[in-house]
Design a protein around this ligand. Structure first.
Ligand SMILES: Nc1ncnc2c1ncn2[C@@H]1O[C@H](COP(=O)(O)OP(=O)(O)OP(=O)(O)O)[C@@H](O)[C@H]1O
Length: 494
């Protein structure tokens, strides 16, 4: 089989030669051009496995070539070489469709990594029509989902950082997994990190790893998330929760593509595609000084916005059927009359995760696997249209004791009740033994905490920032507790 052919476009003879030699040593065929005009002529004649172009050329910008190659739709990846420190150029090129970029002075190990990554695209089967990865769990064929799939298919063929936005439970992690699964990185790890769930003091060690003896307790050398995701994809979920000092270190790691373990003297190269996600408005966080602008631009190269479930209600029937089949087994559960209408009328602030929870709970109440409207226990957030009727007022994702109208902690404190009485009042579902005492104190206290947090989430329509403010704790603490206590399973990673 002929060696893959690479086109190098650069007017600096020395650099061109260095690139040629490096690529030839990798066993590749190389053509070179010194101008856009020469490059276009070669592109007309040959198919290339990768085009590598400088940004400034005597007769124009490498960006023009990026646009032309992308527009040609041949799937040929094109990477740009940018001047040192010109991050904006790299971002513009990535937005225009460049596969990746490399900064001058060109580090040859980073160049080899990038070229290998581009060559893997040749091996990766093209994304199937409709863009679903094999074994994909992403369901839906509404216009919004079709557009999302097409975008995911395109993004999978690049190394550009992606920022996924969307409400809680709308499928951000699922979309990130889909991009990874469709990419040339699919055989390497996908590592999802919940930035809000890591204690600040452990962050550097968790992200970059540490050497043995780097600090008290570092008994063994350990890799961090970057090393664990090497060759693959690192998803930074709830990225807005990163503390500012960590943002600086992260920016450096992304820019340099190198990390240094705590206690190590040398940096090591890492090849990681970054996907970040948040349900917060990151641009607003920048305005408020809570998020660094330079990191924002680096992460936010390409934005993927996930629509909330209420904006793609056409997918409800297939989503509900698939979730039910997963919960109960094929053909073991069904929706009774009016149920779909009731679901359609609900606003689903917790999106698909909430739909999963609603159906799981309803199934527990259902007779013979047939879910009736009354089993749904939906919070009547929107009026039911078309006479679906019978929608009850209750929080679908929360334990039954939370569906009773109950005061928030602050309100209860206003009544002057002592904390112990408050706990007992809230702990409707926590079990007290015959002695009037809990038979398992830690579990009892967990249940109390679960209920209070659940209630705060319910009152704030699952807005974690507001819920944390209500409870007088930090968002980080709240996320940590949500994860630890498995409340509505919002974060099942990191
Ligand atoms: N299109 C979809 N088809 C089927 N299931 C989906 C879809 N989108 C999301 N889900 C399911 O909904 C649940 C929540 O999805 P996911 O964790 O990806 O959301 P998220 O936006 O990352 O949530 P959070 O903001 O809380 O981190 C998961 O169980 C996921 O499998």
């Amino acid at each position: 089989m002929a060696a893959p052919r690479i086109l190098v476009v650069d007017d600096e003879a020395d650099l061109r030669e260095l690139l040629e030699i490096t690529l030839l040593k990798m066993g590749l065929d190389v053509d070179s051009a010194a101008t856009l005009r020469q490059a276009r002529a070669l592109l007309d004649e040959h198919d290339y496995a990768l085009v590598l172009t400088d940004m400034r050329l005597p007769d124009g910008l490498g960006l023009e070539l990026v646009r032309e190659v992308s527009a040609a739709g041949t799937g040929t990846p094109i990477a740009v070489i940018t001047a040192y420190g010109s991050a904006e150029n790299a971002v513009v090129a990535l937005k225009a469709g460049a596969f990746d970029y490399i900064s001058k002075p060109v580090a040859l190990d980073a160049l080899r990594v990038m070229v290998r990554s581009a060559l893997k695209l040749l091996e990766a089967p093209p994304a199937p029509a409709g863009g679903a990865a094999p074994g994909s769990r992403m369901i839906g064929s509404s216009p919004a989902m079709a557009a999302l799939r097409a975008q995911i298919g395109r993004l999978a063929r690049s190394n550009a950082p992606i920022s996924i936005t969307g409400e809680s439970g709308s499928g951000k992690e699922l979309a990130a997994r889909e991009i990874h699964a469709l990419s040339s990185r699919a055989s390497k790890p996908f590592v999802a990190v919940n930035c809000g769930a890591i204690p600040e003091t452990l962050m550097e060690a968790e992200f970059f790893g540490y050497r043995k003896g780097a600090f008290t307790g570092a008994a063994e050398e350990r890799d961090g998330f970057f090393q664990a995701a090497n060759g693959g994809t690192l998803m930074l979920d709830e990225v807005a929760d990163l503390p500012l000092p960590m943002q600086v270190k992260l920016l450096r790691a992304i820019q340099e593509r190198r990390v240094r373990k705590i206690g190590a003297t040398a940096e090591e190269p890492v090849d990681v595609r970054i996907i970040s996600a948040t349900h917060q408005d990151l641009a607003r966080c920048v305005e408020q000084g809570r998020f660094r602008q330079d990191l924002f631009y680096r992460l936010n190269v390409i934005e993927l916005a996930l629509p909330p479930l209420r904006e793609r209600l056409d997918d409800l029937p297939v989503l509900a059927a698939t979730i039910l089949a997963r919960l109960a087994g094929p053909d073991q559960a069904a929706l009774g009359p009016g149920v779909l209408e009731a679901l359609r009328a609900y606003s689903f602030p917790g999106n698909i995760r909430e739909l999963e929870n609603v159906l799981e709970r309803a199934l527990a109440f259902a007779n013979d696997g047939v879910i009736e409207v009354g089993d749904l226990s939906l919070k009547a957030a929107r009026p039911v249209e078309g006479g679906g009727g019978g929608v009850q007022s209750a929080a679908a994702t929360l334990p039954p004791s939370l569906t009773q109208p109950a005061p928030v902690p602050a309100q209860v404190q206003d009544t002057g009740q002592p904390p112990a009485a408050l706990s007992a009042q809230l702990a409707g579902a926590a079990q007290l033994g015959p002695t009037g005492l809990p038979s398992n104190l830690p579990e009892y206290l967990n249940q109390v905490e679960r209920e209070i947090i659940g209630r705060a989430l319910q009152q704030t329509q699952f807005n974690r920032t507001q819920a944390a403010a209500l409870l007088g704790i930090s968002v980080r603490q709240l996320r940590y507790q949500i994860q630890k206590l498995e409340i509505c399973a919002p974060d099942d990673h990191a």
